[in-house]
Design a protein around this ligand. Structure first.
Ligand code: ATP
Ligand code: MG
Length: 385
């Protein structure tokens, strides 16, 4: 504007088939605006529509040194009524496409718009348009990035909700199991135990063959009581509710050793008594089920004969690991199998993460298989309160 000595300058750009006033400076009226949403046909914009439309169509610069002698354009109300004595209007190109127009006017006739001036303005505007395009592109990219972040955030929220729901579902299932285990204990086991006592009394009054038969019956009933007790425990480990996680894990270690013939040792490296751990019921049962699944995996997959369950604390984290001396797993094998073959490891991960904990499988081991679980203790006590 300074170089051209113009008193009014406007930059109009074509976007989505509409013409928008992007810059507007009127020194006489002391107006300087960068208009973002002003459509050119809007009457509030003080410009000669006929000149601008002509240049947009012709895509050629138009110089009117004296608008009073401009013939056709003189019929434009703006030209007829105002003091625009001399006008230069030229197209603006962006990569050889007409992107809009530059409009300049002076209040004096013979504006002395030279061809050289048109060339300089053409170069300057080309650069300005390119940088505007880059800004727009950057804004679009930025917008897309923000949208992606929003979507990711939403997905994370849904994932978290699903994890919580599945943990809640698992706990409901756990409560049901506990109810069934209690019913089994109170009805079937008690009845069987009473029957064994009755048989014992009956056996006292009889001899020989009959006594033998009663003894056999008694043995069978004792085995049934034992089996139901073991079933009841697998359904819901009463010891866990009555005596806590470590006692339940010790019982589990003995049970698995006895049934599957592997050695299971518990290594308790906790520096504080269990009651001070203050793990809530959900955490206790989740950890117990996780260790059980890992030990069953040792029996099923490892081929080893020793499993070590270690417990320790570090800062506000409580750790449990299960390590065996079996064949272990190659890196690729685990990645390929995870999520495809078994449900066990995936389910442990889901339930532990729902408690804000983490499950780590040591994939770098050369021998054996090792899984470490950690649970934050402060979250645990917050959940309890
Ligand atoms: N202690 C282990 N030693 C060697 N491989 C193991 C061990 N534990 C798990 N794996 C491997 O990891 C896979 C996934 O275990 P995961 O517990 O998820 O499934 P699964 O035991 O095969 O089936 P599910 O638990 O659903 O009955 C197993 O199929 C096995 O190949
Ligand atoms: Mg398994």
């Amino acid at each position: 504007m300074k170089n051209a000595g113009a008193e009014k300058v406007a930059v109009l750009l074509v976007e989505n088939q509409d013409v928008w006033v992007r810059a507007f400076i009127d020194q006489r009226a002391k107006v300087k605006q960068i208009l973002q949403n002003e459509r050119f046909d809007n009457r509030s914009v003080d410009l000669p529509a006929s000149i601008i439309n002509y240049v947009l169509r012709a895509q050629q610069p138009l110089i009117l040194e004296d608008t009073a002698k401009s013939g056709f354009f003189f019929s434009d109300p703006y030209i007829a009524n105002r003091a625009a004595a001399s006008v230069l209007c030229m197209p603006v190109f962006n990569k050889s496409t007409c992107a809009g127009v530059l409009y300049l006017e002076k209040a004096v006739v013979l504006g002395e718009w030279t061809e050289n001036m048109v060339r300089v303005l053409d170069v300057l505007l080309g650069q300005a348009i390119a940088s505007m395009e880059n800004t727009k592109l950057y804004d679009a990219l930025d917008f897309e990035k923000k949208q992606q972040q929003e979507v990711r955030k939403e997905v994370d929220t849904h994932k978290y909700t699903i994890k919580r729901m599945s943990a809640e579902l698992a706990m409901t299932e756990e409560r049901e199991r506990r109810n069934i285990a209690d019913d089994l204990h109170d009805s079937v086991t008690q009845n069987l135990a009473l029957s064994v006592l009755d048989l014992k009394k009956m056996a006292m009054g009889v001899e020989n063959e009959q006594k033998k038969r009663i003894d056999i019956l008694q043995d069978r009933l004792n085995t049934a009581v034992h089996q139901i007790r073991s079933l009841t425990f697998q359904l819901s480990p009463k010891i866990l509710y009555d005596f806590g996680l470590i006692a339940a894990l010790e019982w589990l270690a003995d049970d698995i050793s006895e049934k599957h013939g592997i050695e299971v040792s518990i290594v308790n490296k906790l520096m504080l008594p269990e009651r001070l751990l203050q793990l809530d019921e959900t955490t206790n049962i989740t950890l117990y089920r996780a260790v059980r699944e890992l030990l069953i995996n040792v029996c099923k997959h490892s081929g080893g004969d020793l499993a070590i369950v270690a417990l320790w604390g570090e800062g506000n984290l409580f750790f449990i690991s299960v390590t065996d001396n079996g064949k272990g797993l190659m890196n690729k094998e685990l990645s390929a199998k995870r999520g495809a073959a078994g449900f066990g490891l995936a389910s442990i991960q889901e339930r532990i993460e729902a408690l804000d904990g983490r499950v780590e499988i040591d994939e770098q081991r050369r021998q054996g298989f090792s899984v470490t679980i950690n649970i934050p203790l402060d979250v645990n006590s917050r959940r309890q309160s």
